[in-house]
Write a protein of this length. Sequence first.
Length: 209
Amino acid sequence: MSNVCVFDHPLIQHKLSILRDKNTSVKEFREIISEIAMLMCYEATRDLPLEEVKVETPVDIAICKRISGKKLAVVPILRAGLGMVDGMVSMMPNVKVGHIGLFRDPETLEPVKYYFKMPPDIKERDAIVVDPMLATGGSASAAISFLKETGVRHIKLMSIIGAPEGVKKMQEDHPDVDIYVAALDDHLNEHGYIVPGLGDAGDRIFGTK
């Protein structure tokens, strides 16, 4: 799985253990989702290009490095993806945020787009699609297809937990998209939940379980 990165950083793994706990409160769950997204963002943007700049310090001129004009967009899949946005924006305050809302057609079982709002210059931006759970991969694949239709050329997918089925779907549909997860779990159960997973991320973020 050459385009899949599983983060094994101790801080991420520690926080993930709290997320999985069924007794974790809504408040703590929401905070930790954001914190994990922040830590994952740090690694997922490691390949951003840099350029040298001169900075005047109180002592002398320093040759420093800054991000080289790369425009980014964070695109959460509604609703659970919203829980990851604040952590990423805290790392990249100038990033633009788009939103994709999807539901599954009860007859065809295909994802249907009900909301799609992007920054006006989305074609010029690299996009990081965020959704805490990569389960079947249907929603993530559809969201990325919709982004590609608008002309976005460079896309990454960032999830907290992935299932092999979702990774396989993504690799079949979008082999050009790098996938970042904090854990790759065992399988999906008969209800489409990741096992062992953490339950329904949206319900646990918004207290609707």
